[in-house]
Design a protein around this ligand. Structure first.
Ligand code: DGY
Length: 418
């Protein structure tokens, strides 16, 4: 256990750039939003000040409208595509123009509660509180323009689960004509068979060019996007973050922030229930353009375990994981293994990821499903022991996939060992 812990700390230190951490060398040479917030949880186990710094650095690049971008391009590197010139967001430090899952509120509350240095924790939490609140407000103003209580993602990279089956149907509406010819860099760093396809990349790029043509004006992007998906996973993370921020704000005597976030969480939790699928035993995405649920059983539909859902729903999710675990060796696969679209090695279409394992296990444990939570933790540590700190893993063979020496995987190991 001590040896594994030290190996994880080595990975975090190797990828540390001083005041932010890259996900992995080569493939991801900048700061990513949700990677950083989850990484901070791992860093706190050996350096609390450094953990706070990780999140502070990210929020130093928050946009004036409140958005926190999904990539901050701190230093130039031509090893990644699409780089700053493609995004062309015209920020003082180059950033991308879309966002990512709002784990910051969740991470900051956890850091605050566990902090040994109480004075530092209070100082940093007070500093971050209004910024995270502004980001939450941004989400509901720009991504829920009709006040339904749930936000839409406009690009698969926002969900973080880039090539999930969840987006296939809506992606058919995204054209590919007219995009600037480009050379992918990801497939030079990782096995192309583990990565999104060219057809998907063309659509990722079409959306970026579309939003860029609108000057990255977030008041216009939502209605102009051919892709508007209400993802239960993305919403659940945001709702948990709202609830956590409300609790933290209460502790710090910030009553207005507490009330605003409490209201967002309550409204969203009520709206989320319309996405529940009895036949799949999890939540489904809803396509806002068509108004229909998307028939794809993915781990995005299990992430609501993290939010304040009814206990019966959390129990049903636990039973679904038990059913899936009979079909693979390691859990939680990112897609139902019986789904004909399941691919064991292709990024988010089947592989196991430690960050989603962590969030699902955390939610299930809090809902009294400790046996399944423990099974997820055991599976996660078995994968590391067999295959090292990879980006993600084949749930059948444990083969390490994607990038190696991966920061958030190492951070989650420190959490699972704690
Ligand atoms: C990528 O480039 O693969 C990233 O997931 C986008 O954020």
């Amino acid at each position: 256990k001590a040896a594994l812990r030290n190996l994880a700390i080595d990975v975090l230190k190797e990828n540390d750039q001083g005041d932010y951490t890259i996900p992995t060398k080569g493939l991801y040479p900048f700061q990513w939003n949700w990677d950083s917030c989850l990484t901070a949880l791992g860093q706190a186990h050996f350096d609390e000040a450094r953990a706070w710094q990780e999140i502070e650095t990210l929020f130093a690049h928050q946009w004036p409208d409140g958005m926190v971008p999904h990539i901050v391009f701190h230093v130039y590197s031509d090893g990644y595509f699409p780089g700053p010139d493609v995004w062309d967001t015209k920020r003082p430090t180059a950033t991308s123009g879309i966002t990512q899952p709002a784990v910051a509120g969740f991470a900051v509350k956890r850091l605050f509660e566990r902090a040994k240095d109480r004075a530092l924790a209070e100082e940093k939490a007070r500093l971050l509180l209004p910024k995270i609140d502004k980001w939450h407000d941004w989400f509901y103003r720009n991504r829920d323009p009709r006040g339904e209580g749930l936000v839409a993602i406009l690009h698969p990279w926002e969900a973080g689960r880039d090539n999930s089956v969840d987006w296939d149907e809506a992606f058919e509406r995204v054209p590919t004509d007219g995009i600037t010819p480009y050379t992918r860099r990801d497939t030079q760093h990782a096995d192309p068979a583990h990565r999104p396809t060219k057809a998907q990349y063309d659509r990722y790029l079409w959306l970026v060019e579309k939003f860029r043509s609108l000057g990255w004006d977030n008041t216009r992007l939502h209605d102009a996007s051919p892709l508007q998906v209400i993802d239960p996973g993305f919403n659940a993370i945001l709702l948990r973050a709202c609830a956590d921020l409300a609790a933290l704000a209460e502790t710090l005597g910030e009553t207005a922030i507490a009330a605003a976030n409490r209201a967002r969480a309550e409204k969203g939790i009520a709206a989320l229930d319309a996405l529940w699928s009895d036949s799949h035993g999890l939540y489904l995405c809803k396509d806002r353009t068509t108004g229909r649920l998307i028939d794809s059983a993915s781990l995005g539909g299990m992430l609501p375990a993290l939010a304040d859902i009814p206990a019966s729903r959390a129990a049903a999710i636990a039973r679904t994981i038990e059913r899936w675990s009979a079909k693979v060796k390691f859990i939680v696969p990112s897609q139902d293994p019986d789904d004909p679209r399941f691919e064991a090695k292709r990024y988010w279409r089947g592989p196991v990821w430690l960050v989603t394992n962590y969030m699902i296990a955390d939610g299930l444990a809090a809902n009294g499903e400790s046996a399944v939570a423990e099974q997820i933790r055991g599976s996660s540590l078995d994968l590391i022991t067999q295959s090292g700190f990879a980006e993600y893993y084949d749930p059948i063979t444990a083969e390490p996939c994607g990038g190696g020496r991966f920061t958030w995987t190492a951070a989650m190991v420190l959490e699972f060992l704690a």
